[in-house]
Design a protein around this ligand. Structure first.
Ligand code: SF4
Ligand code: SF4
Length: 95
């Protein structure tokens, strides 16, 4: 597994929709990219650039939050959101 440095993860925000209606409302919002259904749950993906991303690089790399260090924690979920990510491995993703 190799990060392709595409920057998608640092440029997006994923919000779990509690209901189908939440997911629908999410699609009305600016910067909405897509909705993803994964294991019966809906997730809304928005474009939202991290303020510490400068010229495609993390400005606080050494002190970045744990979730960034361990990303993607849930490889299958992230694989459903961004199948092109180089960090999700090659195994089939069940959606
Ligand atoms: S972890 Fe995945 S989405 Fe993030 S920059 Fe690397 S390849 Fe892109
Ligand atoms: S803190 Fe760094 S690694 Fe984490 S989302 Fe922001 S730019 Fe990306």
């Amino acid at each position: 597994m190799t990060c392709k440095l595409c920057g998608f993860c640092c440029n997006t925000m994923v919000v779990k929709a509690m209901t189908e209606e939440d997911a629908k409302i999410g699609s009305f919002r600016k910067n909405f990219i897509k909705a993803v259904r994964y294991r019966g749950e809906m997730y809304s993906v928005f474009k939202s650039e991290c303020r510490y991303l400068v010229n495609g690089r993390c400005r606080i790399y050494r002190n970045r939050p744990d979730i960034c260090k361990e990303f993607p924690v849930d490889k299958e979920l992230w694989g459903a959101i961004n199948p092109k990510c180089g960090m999700i491995g090659k195994k089939n993703i069940s959606i």
